[in-house]
Design a binder for this molecule. Structure first.
Ligand code: FES
Length: 88
C-alpha cells in the first residue's frame, strides 16, 4: 500500500489524518496539536492547504468555512542568525 505523506516535516500521512478526524478531531487546531501538523521547519507551507482539503472533504464543509491557522511573522522560514542580525 502506498503511503501518502501529507506533512513531510513531521512524517504524517493521509491515513493518520483521516483516522484522527474520524476519532473526532474535526478542527484544524486539534489536528495540529495531536499530530504536530504544520509545526515542522516549513511551518506548514505545503501541508496546511492539503490538511484543510482533507478536513473539508471528511467533514462535508468548505475549506473557506474551516478555522484556519493564523500565521505569525516571520511568514517564511529564516535562520535564528538571520533573525538576530548575525548572518548579515
Ligand atoms: S510539511 Fe508540514 S510542517 Fe512542513
Amino acid at each position: 500500500m502506498i503511503r501518502k505523506i501529507v506533512c513531510r516535516c513531521e512524517d504524517i500521512d493521509e491515513e493518520e489524518i483521516i483516522k484522527a478526524i474520524e476519532e473526532g478531531y474535526t478542527d484544524f487546531e486539534e489536528l495540529r496539536k495531536i499530530l504536530r501538523i504544520g509545526m515542522g521547519p516549513c511551518q506548514g507551507r505545503t501541508c496546511i492547504p492539503l490538511v484543510l482539503k482533507i478536513l473539508a472533504k471528511k467533514t462535508g464543509k468548505k475549506v473557506e468555512d474551516l478555522n484556519k491557522p493564523s500565521f505569525r511573522p516571520p511568514v517564511i522560514p529564516i535562520t535564528l542568525g538571520s533573525l538576530s542580525g548575525e548572518d548579515e
